[in-house]
Design a protein around this ligand. Structure first.
Ligand code: ATP
Length: 406
């Protein structure tokens, strides 16, 4: 059977991944064997999300009625019901649900009714609390299936402990040093900061992301921290670009994320607050692309773009602009400009003598046929560039995983 849960947390505490870890323990205690657990991130632009729009799917073998009862009791005990935006959902299905629903939930938007009708068609057990929005994520987590997956090892403290986390910074840098690129986003080397734990009052102490259970366990072995009450390794769609759609500028939909190819249409400008923006053109239209302040040094790459550069961009379309996650510079030709030459006789800058008539020195009347050619060296070269670890979205595929498939 597949058990899906979502929407159990609030900004004040709890985390659906922690509830999943507790539920795994409770199922095992009841003699239900757990064969896999998945942490599935959904559309990062959904407004109802608390933090990272995560949902959990637990694969188990045993009595489905019993599992449903245990999971419902676990949600009733741990979910943050007082928070207005917390609307838990639970689905237990003995059949796989259509992967198309997952694709919709990770790239677009879904309704509670759509989730319900999919569950009903599969004869799944469903429980909604409050407005029950959580069944969208619960259904999508069960339906999730894709070839490219990664892993995350999560460690938890007692949920009542809402203070500062105690993790030795040096040990995290050591974990990154010893296991990168097989693990990633533990620390942000470029900006010298920690990425792998939240600054929110939830039960996560830290999480290690990587390409296999072996690598995340190896990295975890280097980390010195307060003693966790629980640890779990989830199979996950994090770091896979599952949220990106192929698109054309004229048909962008607000709240969806895209991979788009086009040409830089103007010179990038830095706005107040430090964001850098430019226009991207494709045969169907023009769209503004933004690199915000938290993307730090990535903005220098964006500032170095010039009109005419051919690029591929990845990012979310919101409020009429694309929030950049990474780009590929396909071509960035040398910038060649012309200006009137200096007079070879008196050294003064010459003036145009009319269209196709060359240049003339106003002072000594010397004539010249050729302009001065200025070649501006480029500060960038073709290749992929991404935001730093500290600004990366959960679903964005880091470049350390290799060149993104086209
Ligand atoms: P955490 O990461 O700490 O678990 P969260 O950020 O996952 O929190 P939730 O509390 O789960 O946030 O809230 C997200 C809500 O949005 C859930 O009710 C989920 O069912 C719903 N949801 C997820 N994806 C979509 C989607 N594509 N369309 C509509 N609703 C969605």
């Amino acid at each position: 059977m597949l058990i899906g849960i979502d929407d159990t947390d609030s900004p004040a505490g709890m985390c659906t991944t922690y509830l999943g870890a507790v539920l795994i323990h409770q199922l095992k205690e009841a003699g239900i064997s757990v064969t896999a657990q998945r942490l599935i991130r959904l559309n990062p632009n959904v407004i109802y999300k608390t933090r990272g729009n995560a949902a959990i799917c637990i694969e188990a073998e045993g009595d489905a009625d019993e599992a449903f009862r245990i999971a419902a009791a676990c949600i009733e005990e741990l979910a943050e019901f007082d928070e207005e935006k917390t609307n838990p959902g639970l689905v237990v299905s003995e059949k796989k649900l259509p992967v198309s629903f997952y694709r919709q939930a990770v790239t677009e938007f879904c309704t509670i009714e759509e989730a319900e009708s999919i569950c009903m068609a599969a004869g799944a057990r469903v429980r909604k609390w409050k407005n029950g929005r959580g069944i969208i994520g619960a259904t999508a987590a069960i339906a999730a299936e894709q070839a490219d997956m990664t892993w995350e090892l999560l460690t938890y403290r007692d949920p009542a402990d809402k203070g500062e986390r105690s993790v030795e910074t040096d040990s995290l840098f050591r974990a990154e040093e010893e296991t990168f690129p097989h693990t990633w986003d533990t620390v942000d080397i470029q900006n010298n900061c920690i990425v792998c734990f939240p600054h929110t009052p939830d039960p996560v102490i830290f999480g290690i992301r990587g390409e296999s259970p072996e690598w995340v366990k190896k990295a975890r072995g280097y980390v010195c921290s307060q003693k966790p009450v629980m640890e779990v390794i989830y199979h996950t769609n994090q770091g896979t670009d599952a949220h990106l759609l192929k698109g054309a500028i004229a048909s962008l939909v607000d709240g969806c994320s895209y991979r788009l190819t086009g040409v830089v249409a103007d010179t990038p400008v830095t706005g107040r607050g430090g964001h850098v923006s430019f226009l991207l053109r494709d045969p169907s239209g023009v769209v503004r692309c933004m690199a915000y302040e938290p993307t730090k040094g990535f903005r220098d790459i964006i500032r170095s773009l010039a009109p005419g550069d051919e690029i591929l961009i990845c990012g979310s379309y919101k409020n009429e602009s694309i929030n950049l996650e990474k780009i590929r510079i396909i071509t960035c030709p040398e910038i060649v400009r012309q200006r009137p030459p200096l007079c070879p006789t008196c050294g003064k800058r010459m003036k145009s003598d009319g269209v196709d008539k060359g240049w003339k020195c106003r002072r000594c009347k010397t004539r010249a046929e050729e302009p001065e050619i200025i070649r501006e060296p480029r500060m960038v070269s073709p290749g992929w560039y991404e935001v730093p670890s500290s600004a990366r979205r959960h679903l964005a595929r880091p470049l350390c995983r290799g060149i993104p498939p086209e």
